[in-house]
Ligand binder design. Sequence first.
Ligand code: DGY
Length: 322
Amino acid sequence: MPERPRVWVSQPLFDDVVARLGEHFDVVATARVTQHGPEAIAAALREADGALVTLNDPIGAAQVAGAGRLRAIANVGVGYNNLDLPALSAAGVLVTNTPDVLTETTADFGWALMMAAARRISEAEHWLREGHWRQWSFDSLLGGDVHGTTLGILGMGRIGQAIARRAAGFRMRVLYHNRSRLPEAVERETAASYVGFEELLTRADHLILVLPYSPQSHHLIDAAALARMQPHATLTNIARGGIVDEDALADALEHGRLAAAGLDVFEGEPALNPRLLALRNVVLTPHIASGSLATRRAMVALAVDNLIAALGYGPDAGRPPS
Ligand code: DGY
């Protein structure tokens, strides 16, 4: 019997969903959530025809140098900044990601984080749990409004557009900035207006980051960008931590140059900037924007389909090209 292709699954995902890989492949699974070192990833890929990986697994030229049989990597996530695409493409490795299935869940969470930051929900809960609530008071923990304000969206892909659609219910003005302007029909449907980057910063009451991380977006939100924002504004980041200069953000929040922030992603995650941890006016969550059970299962299912198809076992396998 010919040897079956071998796939490496880098993290424990949903066993019942991943089990489908076993119909075609020998599966080498990882039992516990693991931060694999660069050498360990290289060793695992050396023996693999395909891999199912997550954003915890950085893979570049060094990891695929000895991986002579590797043909495909399926990333469980829409963002793929953990993968060095030019290096993988040069090595002949096909890469897939999981767009679409997480769009609405991630947009929901962006809203939750933005509203929590604006209305000081996390701060209020801490205050209450710490036993400070003696009597109802008219002027404690007052936040900023969300309804009727201007929402700024930086990055107007699928998730940015889903966030924009939700703003209609809050009677907000929606401004966006993106690498390229969207077709008129999409602008109409999302009721969003294109503006330049600086105008977005200066006009947004609530700015939300939903753009991909790349060398171009590294620290795009730096001290100069933050200085353009209004002091009552909030900043929400559900994209990648490296887009924001965290020390500059901490400066702005400490000195009242920005009202609040909602952060789901961090530059050195899981390590956190201690200055952000010390601040009350920041809501911090551990990279869970796509984390509803249904969506995380759908992401793994799509990644499994992608890997099966990329290794030539999908529904179209064996069919002549049309
Ligand atoms: C993604 O898909 O890129 C998220 O950040 C992880 O779920």
